[in-house]
Design a protein around this ligand. Structure first.
Ligand SMILES: [Fe+2]
Length: 258
């Protein structure tokens, strides 16, 4: 599997709090069959991009030496989870340096507090303007997306890629994210499932196989799981063009009595 959204770098953000924890997360991922993992630390302050990138390199070097010592084999690539903030408009040229493994894809986190729908589309235009393709981090978790399915539908239509956090489908983030994630799944509108791991095991863990098995037990076909957890994320990290993929249309769940 290819996990395009994780917080595995030691002492980089609110993910792994030590090298020990990083190594545990990497071991959990590797044992669960993850071959490539993308470290996507939170990126908030566009005026401090140089410092962020330097710190990210240093943390990667530390992690790599730990992996060597342990004899763990796992391909680690670098990216960022870029918080969409107005300041990005003044430093838009920085975005390219933050893409997933140097590809054309950028992992974009929308604000959790509601913003007007137009602002969401302005942010993705800002990304497209830099010849990058936005990969929207966990669309199912934003309340304003949950209340208005036009937002994720229009994002797909405009060419954005949607990355759902695998645990959302199992209800780990509550009923509302689960509802939207399941509606997206029914519509075949999930491009990628990723762990968004902040710890080795548990609700925010890196063990994708455990989640995959639970999803399979719930009736999600193997072919679909493999597309969302291997093929499409693999194409993204290979910098392939995926714009000709089938795009689903997300419908709200049917209400009874109508
Ligand atoms: Fe994240």
């Amino acid at each position: 599997m290819v996990d395009i959204h994780t917080h595995i770098l030691p002492e980089m953000d609110d993910g792994a709090s030590s090298l020990e924890e990083s190594l545990e997360m990497c071991a959990a991922a590797a044992e669960s069959g993850v071959k490539t993992i993308v470290a996507t630390p939170h990126f908030y302050d566009v005026t401090a991009a140089d410092a962020f990138l330097e710190k990210r390199e240093a943390r990667l070097a530390l992690l790599k030496s730990g992996l060597m010592e342990r004899g763990l084999s796992l391909e680690i690539r670098l990216g960022a989870e870029v918080a969409m903030r107005p300041e990005l408009y003044t430093r838009r040229d920085e975005l390219k340096r933050l893409s997933l493994g140097g590809t054309r894809y950028l992992l974009a986190e929308m604000p959790f507090s509601p913003i007007p729908m137009e602002d969401v589309f302005d942010y993705i235009e800002l990304i497209f303007d830099q010849d990058l393709i936005p990969v929207i981090a966990h669309p199912e978790r934003y309340a304003y997306f949950q209340e208005n399915y036009d937002i994720p539908n229009l994002l797909l239509e405009k060419g954005a890629v949607l990355q759902v956090t695998a645990q959302s489908l199992l209800g780990a983030f509550g009923p509302q994210p689960m509802k939207l994630a399941q509606a997206m799944l029914r519509a075949d509108a999930i491009d990628c499932l990723a762990s968004d791991a902040h710890e080795a095991y548990g609700r925010r863990g890196a063990d994708l196989l455990a989640i995959r098995e639970l999803l399979f037990a719930q009736g999600i076909p193997e072919s679909l799981l493999s597309r969302m957890m291997e093929e499409t994320p693999g194409q993204i990290m290979a910098d392939a063009d995926i714009s000709d993929r089938q795009i689903g249309y997300i419908l709200p769940p049917k209400r009874f009595g109508r």
